[in-house]
Each structure stands twice: as C-alpha cells, then as structure tokens.
Design a binder for this molecule. Sequence first.
Ligand SMILES: Nc1ncnc2c1ncn2[C@@H]1O[C@H](COP(=O)(O)OP(=O)(O)OP(=O)(O)O)[C@@H](O)[C@H]1O
Ligand SMILES: [Mg+2]
Length: 342
Amino acid sequence: MKFYNREKELNYLKNYVQLEPNSILFVYGPKSSGKSTVMLRVIEELSKKDDLVFFYYDLREYATPTKEEFLEIFFEKGDKKYLLNRFEINLKIFKFGIEEKFDFDNIKLNDVFSKMKESINAVIKDGKKPILIIDELQKLKSIYFNGEGKGDKSLLNELFNLFVHLTKVRHLCHVICLTSDTLFIEEIYRNSTLENTSEYYLIDWLRKESIRNILKEEGFSEEEVDYCLKYLSLPYEISQLINNKKLGLSVEQTIKQWINIERDKILYLISTQKEFEMGKLIDALKLFENKIKVDIKEIIRDNLMDEVKFLIKNEILFYDVMNGIIKPTSVKKWYAIKEVIE
Ligand SMILES: Nc1ncnc2c1ncn2[C@@H]1O[C@H](COP(=O)(O)OP(=O)(O)OP(=O)(O)O)[C@@H](O)[C@H]1O
Ligand SMILES: [Mg+2]
C-alpha cells in the first residue's frame, strides 16, 4: 500500500513522542483523514530506534468491548512486564505483561492500573521510553468496574486520571489518543478536570498542493488534476481513483458516482430518522450552500445545534472543536449536501 505525503504530520508526531511527556495528546480529524495510518507510520519509522517502546491498542476492531475484552486487549500473559504483541507481524508493538495466574474475572481497577504502571516502570528501568497509544479510545466509554461500595467506576474517567498522572504529573510516559468521534473530543475539551492536561492535534484533509503533487506523480493529466482538485480531500479517494482508472472509469465518472452515493445516503438518513423535523435538518445543511466551513457561532445563533450534532454523529459533518468550525467530512460530501438542498 502506498503512503502519500503527510510530511508535516509525521514530523510533528515523530518529534512529539521524543519530547518529555507533559500532557495527554488527542489526535482528531475528519472521518478517514488518515489518523490511524499516520500514527502507524510513526511507529514503523521509529521502532527502528531501540529506545522507544510503543504500546499500541486499536479498539476499532471491537463493537463495544466488554471489561474482559478490554483486559485481553491491553494485557498479555507471560513472565515479562512488557511483551511483543504476537499478532502484529509487521510492527514492533508491545502489550502490558501480566502473570499467567492472574484472574481476569475478579480483577479490581486498582490492580489493572498497578499492572500498567509496573509495565511502564519496567520499560523506564530498561533505559527506554514508553509511549502509550490508544486508537478509538471512546469505545471504552461503556465499561465500568465495581467500585467496592462506592458505586461503579467508569473505566474511561479513571483512565484519564491515570493518564494525567503518567504525563503531566510524573512525565513518565506519552499518552496519545486517536479518535474520529468529534463529539467525544468536544466532551473532553469541555471537561474541566482535563483542563490544562491535554493537547489536541488535527489531522485534516490533504492539502491541495499535496493532492496536486500526488496526482501528477501518479500520471494524471493536467486536465484530470484540475478536475480532481475541486473534489478530492481524503487519501483513500486518490487510491480509488487510480484503481478505477485502471478499470476503465474516467475520473469524472468515478467522482459523479461518489457524489450520487453520498447524496442518496444523506437523503436516506434524513428521511428515515424520527428525531427531527426534516425541514430543520435541511436548514442545517443549507448553512453549507455557499461555503464549506461554518462558524459554530452561526449555528448556535440559528438554533440548529441539535440538528448539526445529529449530522456530526452520522458522519456527514465534522466538528473542529479547537477552531470552532463545522464542515462536511469531505469535499465530496459537500457536493452531495449541495445536491440534497437543491
Ligand atoms: N497518507 C496516506 N497514504 C495513502 N493512503 C492513506 C493515507 N492515509 C490514509 N490512507 C488510507 O485511507 C483510508 C483511511 O485511513 P485511516 O483509517 O488511517 O483514517 P482514519 O482517519 O484513522 O479514519 P477513521 O476516522 O475512520 O478512524 C485507509 O484505507 C488508508 O489506507
Ligand atoms: Mg482511525
């Protein structure tokens, strides 16, 4: 699989993980912008360096993990404090180690955290730097541990406390969380207990200049490049265009098809949902009639926040919390929206 230009993002993340840990980093961005791919590339390029130990967990594979699954994802039984993930053949990534006899059914949250800290300390003792990366962290939202008489404890809330301890307080370990769920990012951003403990990094659409260069390198004609630049924003769209060209479809045909599919998906979504008046959802989409980015203030003023949140949840729109703007998840989605409101 080819990897297209993400120099700026790669450099940022490669440098970031080698600085002293000081806060939790949240990597966010529109659906399919390439967050996971860039992060994996960082691991691949840096794992040649023997002093970095990546604990990487991808929760995407699990619909909503149970407590037991969470433990199995994060821990590996064995006699070491940290062990190579044996299911990853191409990447050098690690899991927290735990003794064979450990009973996952009766484990307390404090024990889980002690084991994580032991693994991290073992890495440091070996003269190496631990880096903890969790992809799609919001999937842990629904896991609770028994709080022993004090009510159930939310795993995610408690994990955040641990992450703050590991980063801001003790500077022991980097913690990087990736998510495509921007409403989750918003929740975190507004969570006062996480104030001054976290940083945010946006992996956005590909820049026009990068797209132009990639397309030229891939042998697209001047005319094709100019046409594509109007519609492309995501890396996988480029691979799809190239494949379709090989299959005999012109770029115009492919792009027209994309927009038709997206338009029909939006129409289906807004006509089958029962939560909102269809007219109000259309009003929310109409904000994008003449511009691709809308200031959040405009949405609040027009009293369309609930409708917009529904469209964000359904990955039609993307909320860039840090910059206070809403935009379609891709440029092709923007053209589809325009067809819907016509
Ligand atoms: N720089 C790149 N070069 C080539 N292909 C890429 C690049 N970045 C992403 N892709 C491709 O685009 C698709 C989506 O990428 P990826 O899963 O990394 O995005 P994501 O932002 O993590 O998505 P999600 O929001 O769903 O988590 C994948 O098929 C991936 O192979
Ligand atoms: Mg991802």
